[in-house]
Write a protein that binds this ligand. Structure first.
Ligand code: KG4
Ligand code: ZN
Length: 335
């Protein structure tokens, strides 16, 4: 097997059209084109997202390849997001990746988006990385999951949301405040100048390691509806800071419970919400002799194809892929 593995990766699971080239654990290029059109609708419109992917996939892949400095004939495998995600959006990336791998006659690597978020922590950019086993909290727009990661291919789900995801709690609350989708980054920014203890919102009390954010959503909605416009405007920073702190408290509490229960002290927090500045500083504050936390660089927290490439690299190293001498495409899962 080659010592150097170049993987072209494609991610189209939701509203970001992304392509990257990775060389082993290193990222050579990472292009993300976020579809702005959904801001008009206050959320992602699946049919619109697939059509946008269809328009963007070729220029985005071209740019990723150009920025990597490699040529197509140096690509050893094509990795793509198989799921979870929006069916129409996934199909665009899947068809493109399959066609490309067939034409290059290189392996096609189907990647689970949630696993890729977790393995994004292994992108080699000079930061500390955890050793197996570790605990991962994946907080994105569609998922909130606690996972024990025993190896790059062994993931054990130990907790998940019963309703809304943490990212949805940000996005839906932000929508009530009139913010465009996705509202998480804006709430993060506005909360910076606010008092997180000014207002108290319902903190879900779910036993065990599962999560629930729908009660908070209802409580926040009722709060907003009970106030007039000028009150909300005058207190916007404090409202955002208090909401954000409620969500973060839930996440931090669950991390502590899981870490204690499974006696695992290395915690990776990944997915879009891990870009949140307050969550990052709260995690840093957790770090002591007992717990060590890890977060990906911000550009690898939110959806990107570099994480698909890294996940692909681990899959390629797996004997089912990398050790095969005959890399004919017929040997790889095409359906
Ligand atoms: O992982 P991701 O990019 O896409 C999915 O797989 O869903 O996560 C997107 C989510 C959105 O809900 C967005 O509001 C949230 O991540 N997000 C943030 C921040 N940046 C993105 N939430 C809070 N603070 C942020 N800075
Ligand atoms: Zn994601």
């Amino acid at each position: 097997m080659n010592d150097v593995v170049n993987i072209l990766a494609i991610e189209t699971s939701c509203d970001d059209t992304a392509a990257a080239v990775v060389q082993n654990n290193k990222v050579l290029s990472n292009i993300v084109s976020s579809q702005k059109i959904h801001e008009l609708y206050g959320g992602v419109v699946p049919e619109v997202a697939s059509r946008e992917h269809d328009k963007l996939i070729v220029p985005v892949v071209r740019k990723a390849l150009k920025n990597s400095g490699l040529r197509l004939n140096q690509i050893n495998a094509v990795a793509y997001t198989r799921g979870p995600g929006l069916m129409g959006s996934l199909l665009v990336g899947t068809s493109f990746a399959k066609s490309l791998s067939l034409s290059l006659n290189v392996p096609l690597l189907d990647i689970n988006h949630m696993h890729a978020h977790i393995l994004s922590i292994f992108i080699d950019d000079g930061k500390d990385i955890p050793t197996f086993p570790f605990l991962a909290l994946t907080v994105s727009g569609g998922h909130t999951q606690l996972v024990i990661v025993n190896s790059a291919s062994d993931f054990n789900l130990i907790g998940t949301t019963l309703d809304d995801a943490a990212g949805e709690a940000f996005d839906k609350s932000g929508k009530l405040l009139g913010f465009e989708y996705p509202a998480g980054p804006k709430i993060d920014k506005i909360a910076n100048d606010g008092d997180p203890n000014k207002f108290t919102f319902t903190k879900p009390n779910v036993a065990g390691l599962d999560f629930s954010f729908s009660g908070l959503k209802t409580n926040f909605k009722n709060f907003i509806l009970s106030k007039d416009k000028s009150f909300i405007e005058d207190n916007l920073n404090d409202i955002c800071a208090s909401l954000q702190m409620t969500i973060i408290d839930v996440l931090i509490d669950k991390i502590k419970v899981a870490s204690k229960r499974f006696k695992i002290n290395q915690i990776v927090v990944c997915g879009g919400v891990s870009a949140n500045s307050q969550l990052r500083s709260q995690l840093k504050a957790l770090d002591d002799k007992e717990i060590k936390t890890y977060v990906p660089e911000i550009q690898y927290s939110t959806d990107n194809a570099a994480m698909i490439g890294i996940c692909g690299y681990y899959k390629f190293l797996d004997s089912n892929y990398g050790n095969l001498k005959d890399q004919s495409i017929a040997k790889y899962p095409l359906s």
